[in-house]
Design a protein around this ligand. Structure first.
Ligand code: OAD
Length: 296
């Protein structure tokens, strides 16, 4: 199991990275310059043809893994981390999302998480989240893996979600490991203390430099290694070990599809890159799937 780390700093050369090579694309990669690809008529025609291709891939696949990142929640109003309006452009992660920061200044870290929890609590899942609930029914085996802590996949109706970086609505005592529900058991104005042992309570999310929950990341790797199809949705694919999952899938023969308006570290190796907002692309993909199996 790897630690949570941005690529380039600690990802490469460590653990699983040593056994993964970037594979060349299969020559079917799509890249075009459009943010709203579904709304554009010219691109719609182009997309129709390629979507037909992807529909065939889906109909043949038995096992699918979807990895999501902050981008899937962007259309709900949750800010992403990187990019122009990204949180890490305005705040310093080392002051807010590390154990060192928490030990030095728990109040600030708690304020940051209370702010984010309030923000996430005020938004709803979008069409992309709902599409991923429906997509499940097209595969014998389907695994939804997310780096998001916002709970929006569950709220949309995805009950089995591998949450790699935890969940902002859950807290944990650092001493006795008791879980606490953020909404009902924590006083948002104080630094919470464990009722059972008096220990420090922290948000149950993964901070920089920390290990991911082993049973969750191990299962994500297993499912990725045996997947026929891997969808990377709304992630910059910069943070490992999450960003290693699509590479493991591809290395083991999966078709790799990326949905992201921007190019990422993954675009080079993806079989298909759809530069579209996920809330537009994923429902469109489902429409194509339904139509392809309609008996006329
Ligand atoms: P990033 O902020 O790094 O990347 C978000 C990606 O979403 C970018 O590549 C955008 O281009 C893309 N995007 C934006 N709008 C989109 C839309 N409507 N549809 C599809 N894609 C869109 O977020 P992550 O990759 O999730 O960790 O970041 C990984 C981890 O780094 C996070 O889990 C977080 C952060 O530090 C923790 O805080 C634990």
């Amino acid at each position: 199991m790897g630690t949570f780390s941005p690529a380039g700093r600690r990802g490469r050369g460590e653990g699983i990275w040593e056994s993964v090579e970037l594979l060349p694309g299969r020559g079917r990669r799509l890249v075009f310059d459009a943010n709203n690809c579904i709304g554009n008529r010219y691109l719609s025609g182009y997309l129709d043809r390629v979507l037909g291709d992807v529909v065939q891939v889906i109909l043949k696949a038995r096992s699918c893994v979807v990895l999501t990142g902050a981008g899937i929640s962007a259309e709900s109003g949750v800010p992403t981390f990187r990019g122009k309006e990204g949180l890490w452009g305005k705040f310093r992660p080392e002051e807010l999302a590390t154990m060192e920061a928490f030990m030095a200044n728990p109040k600030i870290v708690w304020e940051w998480y209370n702010w984010r929890r309030d923000l996430m609590g005020s938004v709803m899942p979008n069409k992309g989240h709902y599409a991923l609930v429906e997509l499940r029914s097209w595969f014998q085996r389907y695994t939804l893996v997310t780096q998001n802590v916002d709970n929006l996949h569950r709220l949309a109706g995805s009950d089995e979600v591998l949450e790699l970086h935890g969940n902002i609505y859950r807290n944990i005592c650092m001493d006795c490991r008791q879980f606490f529900d953020a909404a009902v058991e924590i006083d948002p104005t104080a630094i919470p203390q464990c009722k059972r042992c008096g220990g420090k309570i922290r948000p149950d999310v993964v901070w920089f430099g920390e290990l991911l929950p082993s049973e969750v990341i191990d299962e994500a790797f297993e499912r990725s290694a045996e997947a026929d199809l891997f969808l990377s949705v709304g992630t910059s694919a910069l943070v490992h070990p999450a960003a290693t999952l699509p590479l493991v899938a591809k290395r083991n023969g999966a078709i790799l599809i990326e949905v992201n308006p921007e190019e990422t570290a993954l675009s080079e190796v993806a079989d298909y890159h759809f530069p579209c907002p996920s809330g537009e692309f994923l429902p469109q993909l489902l429409t194509e799937l339904r139509e392809s199996t309609c008996v006329h």
